[in-house]
Design a protein around this ligand. Structure first.
Ligand code: R5P
Length: 293
């Protein structure tokens, strides 16, 4: 197998190569003056299985999806055997059903687009809802980075911290973290208005007084969910509040708003490269690729 370094995940792809021992193949890329993307494989893939590592986080998630598609096409045209798309953060994954009439199902469109481009298999990390993958026109799976995030906190001395998910539907995330942390786990309740996008959160019956609480979520986008959760936790008497997420999109001033809300640290993974990407997905992706061979 060869690991193709997508322009959005060069560092991560290199680390996956180092851990798996699979050679790394670089990609020449540029954006034309009119905004269109160009990519070119800088090496031979004939008869090889390839894994293209390319996250599709903002900014430029559309361009990143196009780069991924163009790379899959280039690999197939260069006679690669099996093309696996490794997409740590999958854009559009939250539109996994028609919430309102007249909408489409964006994530299914992305799956069909990648299939047409030449993708044979697909791996992502903590997709928002696994339902979407079932509709992809090729074998597709999601792996979880929650235990890696929890391990980060154990190493920082927070064993037994309370693992909290910001809504009931994400309780499986808190349970995964709890397995590593060894403390309690619970959830807030969150309701979203589908027209305005506004959310309301409540923490009825939660006992976190005097505890260190780590809020675990798949995505931090505007930071609104974490800021609201932190406020409730402080009101309930939590002693320390941390935020952990797999995909730290942290749009605009989200990080500042979260830290201003007395959250002591934000920890994310390199699915979205940045200053808060303190946990690497390389070991998890490497294990998945090795297992797949
Ligand atoms: C939503 O259901 C997700 O799991 C996250 O909680 C959400 O995407 C976070 O968004 P924001 O940071 O904008 O509140």
């Amino acid at each position: 197998m060869k690991i193709i370094s997508g322009p959005a995940s060069k560092e991560l792809a290199k680390n996956v190569s180092a851990l798996t021992g699979y050679p790394n193949l670089s990609v020449a890329s540029k954006i034309f003056p009119d905004g269109e993307s160009y990519v070119r494989l800088e090496g031979d893939v004939k008869g090889e299985d390839v894994a293209i590592v390319q996250t599709t986080c903002p900014p430029m998630q559309d361009s990143r999806l196009m780069q991924l598609s163009f790379l899959a096409d280039a690999a197939k045209r260069a006679s690669a055997d099996k093309v696996t798309a490794v997409v740590p953060y999958l854009a559009y994954a939250r539109q996994d059903k028609m919430f309102l009439s007249g909408e489409g199902i964006s994530v299914e469109t992305i799956g069909r687009m990648l299939k047409a481009a030449g993708v044979d298999e697909f791996l992502t990390i903590n997709i928002h809802s696994e339902n979407a993958l079932g509709k992809f026109p090729f074998p597709a799976k999601t792996a979880s980075a929650i235990s890696l995030l929890a391990q980060y906190f154990v190493e920082k001395g927070h064993k037994k911290a309370y693992a909290l998910s910001p809504d009931k539907g994400a309780m499986y995330i808190a349970f995964e973290a709890q397995q590593v942390l060894g403390g309690n786990a619970g959830h807030l309740d969150k309701q979203r208005d589908r027209y305005t996008g506004q959310t309301t959160q409540t923490g009825k019956g939660l006992d976190v007084k005097g505890q260190t609480v780590i809020i675990f979520d798949d995505i931090i986008s505007t930071g609104g969910t974490i800021v609201g959760a932190a406020k409730i936790l402080r009101e309930l008497g939590a002693a320390h509040v941390f935020a952990a997420c797999v995909h730290p999109l942290l749009i605009g001033d989200a990080a500042k708003r979260i830290l201003d809300a007395d959250v002591e640290e934000i920890v994310g993974t390199d699915s979205v490269p940045g200053v808060f990407s303190k946990v690497s997905l390389a070991p998890l992706i490497s294990k998945q690729l090795k297992g797949a061979k």
